[in-house]
Design a protein around this ligand. Sequence first.
Ligand SMILES: Cc1cc2nc3c(=O)[nH]c(=O)nc-3n(C[C@H](O)[C@H](O)[C@H](O)COP(=O)(O)OP(=O)(O)OC[C@H]3O[C@@H](n4cnc5c(N)ncnc54)[C@H](O)[C@@H]3O)c2cc1C
Length: 448
Amino acid sequence: MAYFLKNEDKKIVLIDKDFIGYGATSKNTGKLDYQQGLIYHKIIKNYNKEVAKDYLNSQKEAINEVVNIVKENNIKCHLEKTSSCVFSNDINDEKDFNDEIKFYEDNNIKYHIDGSLKINYPSLISLSVDNTYIFNPFEYLLGLKTLLQDKVDIYEKSICKSIDKDGDCYRCLVNDCYIEAKQVVVCTHYPIFIVPYFLPFKSEVQNFYIGAFKNDYKNNIQILSYNKPVISMRYYEDYMLYGSRSHSSSTNLDILKDYSSIKGDIDKYFHKKIEYFYHTNDIMTYDNLPFIGEVASNLYIATGFNKWGNTNGTIAGKVLSLLIMNKDNKYIKLFNPRRGLSFDKIKNIVLYNIKVGTRYIFNKINPNMNFYKNDVTIKYINGKRCGIYRDEEGNEHIVSNICPHMKCNLIFNYLDKTWDCPCHGSRFSVDGDIIEGPSVYSIKINSE
Ligand SMILES: Cc1cc2nc3c(=O)[nH]c(=O)nc-3n(C[C@H](O)[C@H](O)[C@H](O)COP(=O)(O)OP(=O)(O)OC[C@H]3O[C@@H](n4cnc5c(N)ncnc54)[C@H](O)[C@@H]3O)c2cc1C
């Protein structure tokens, strides 16, 4: 958004709790895709053909925007044109493929249907489209940051803890200072506020894991499976990135199991050894559309990118910059975070909150998770529930075991050696520092 506003008569202050570009975006697969699996027949089911068409146009516009920005500013970010392919090895998915093809035909999208994939992976049906791209989103964000450095005030390692209305301004508590602004845009991945509009209760945090391995050949294609478990593949230099095992943060608490599953897949299908493994989460909405827009007078949000943040984040920047300049835009209604809820959508929201609620209660009554080993214990110290991690040298790291965001009990993540919140995705180091929000407070014992 700062990029789109950079030449306007506005003073822009960009704050980041970490360093710009180090959030979820830096850990994604780097697909710039308008195909997005079989998303359009789902949007038609949720709404209608017009809404699906508007979403398609928004994603194509976002891809063009990124390509133009990269070319105009010569940003080195490994941008490459590819085709995109969605496949399934479940014959029952055929109807959904046919519905998607109908949408392609109505909207003049050229497509190819095939059975097998261009790589050695089982598939019964596959559908591909052209003119999609892959890139390195971290390099792209660093390029944007360099472009903005002279035009925007950038404060890194600056965490926003609260945003309060004060007359016709907002007062944002950032570290220990206040920043006053007439207009505030919250693009903190997961919203750091609950009201207005209760967005945290209307979205689900989903984890997703990526393994990278050296690969001898390279195909100019990005791939996504439709049947579960969802598999996402793309090539990056000499590597293949293999993503899978997506799940709600409230389920599958033992991350080592997800790691083993991905390692097993790579061994089984590619006979290769995993060299890198990383993971992050994303915010899923109840209707496949992101939340982008105004939630209260002059307070804006961009979240709920449904694992398509490279395009949705870009279109969010465009839409919000136009809203801030008081200009109209065809996507304002489409992405409106205050859009109405039908019975089906309320049902999705309820189901998600049951999952989080069940996890919340289960963790409260179950003092120690059964996969914890001797190096991790939960203890009450001075009446406070604490998590204790003993490192290889025998040093104890004691932190509060309660997430400051909504008081869920934290789970130990053995792979990264972090404390993770299964309810809304906050993560903390073994010494209590915040790694990922929505929590804006640490879990250090003496900070309480
Ligand atoms: C494994 C995986 C693979 C994916 N692959 C793709 C893909 O190939 N293509 C695609 O389009 N999408 C993909 N996605 C989705 C995409 O990564 C996300 O939608 C996107 O990164 C979200 O962007 P964001 O700007 O909302 O969050 P972030 O990139 O996390 O940015 C949020 C920023 O806000 C800062 N922040 C947070 N809280 C505060 C605070 N309180 N104060 C100040 N600053 C704060 C953070 O430090 C961070 O820099 C993938 C997701 C996953 C999980």
